[in-house]
Ligand binder design. Structure first.
Ligand SMILES: [Zn+2]
Ligand SMILES: [Zn+2]
Length: 207
């Protein structure tokens, strides 16, 4: 129970005073540390580091495999690493999409205190729900820069044709997930090259 150990102490003391829901979380984190070997937990920690450090809340399998080679507890071979990653996905600690890994909603919920304590100011917090936000959009106004979870973005800006930052009122320039109204796609076509022409250019350049 190596790498999760040191902060885990803080986690349990920080969490013990809170209500039962969080205590349940503690048992889950504890269960995790009995389910996984030291080096597997260290790999998970490193994956969390990569994810928190990233702009989009994901870590590529390549980067994780590189970490596996420099574990302090015990190195993991490529195949072992892939096996651990699969288990972490199966146990619903991680999500995987096209070789990119992100923390599952369950993981963020249950490890919220731990993540906040471990990464402190480095961690992004959602302006809408005030929870840890790893996969989020950010206001592009440099004096503002608030973050909003992708799901909170979808809910907050739902059906709005002129999405504006809830903090500084600047235009919200990002794609609103799940907002497929005609105005949205029309606006996109006006500002950016159509996906087809970009794809064609790329294809021509590559061949
Ligand atoms: Zn949120
Ligand atoms: Zn703003």
């Amino acid at each position: 129970m190596g790498s999760l150990m040191v902060p885990r102490q803080g986690l349990s003391t920080g969490i013990a005073v809170r209500h039962t829901v969080v205590n349940m979380a503690e048992t889950d984190v504890t269960r995790m540390s009995t389910d996984y070997a030291d080096n597997e937990l260290e790999l998970f920690r490193k994956t969390m580091d990569l994810i928190v450090d990233s702009d989009n809340g994901t870590a590529s399998s390549t980067d994780i495999l590189n970490c596996a080679d420099s574990l302090q507890t015990k190195k993991l071979k490529k195949r072992e690493t892939e096996h651990v990653l699969n288990r972490l996905v199966q146990d619903k600690w991680l999500n995987e999409k096209n070789g990119d890994y992100s923390l599952s909603t369950r993981c963020i919920m249950e490890m919220e205190q731990y993540i906040r304590m471990l990464y402190q100011d480095q961690v992004k917090v959602c302006h809408i729900c005030h929870n840890v936000a790893l996969q989020c959009q950010m206001c592009e106004n440099p004096t503002c820069g608030i973050k909003i979870h992708t799901p909170c973005v979808a809910r907050y800006f739902k059906g709005r044709t002129d999405p504006r930052c809830p903090a500084c009122e600047d235009f919200w320039p990002h794609e609103i997930p799940g907002n497929n109204s005609e105005t949205q796609s029309a606006a996109k076509e006006n500002t950016a090259p159509t996906p087809r022409s970009t794809a064609q250019t790329r294809r021509t350049r590559r061949s």
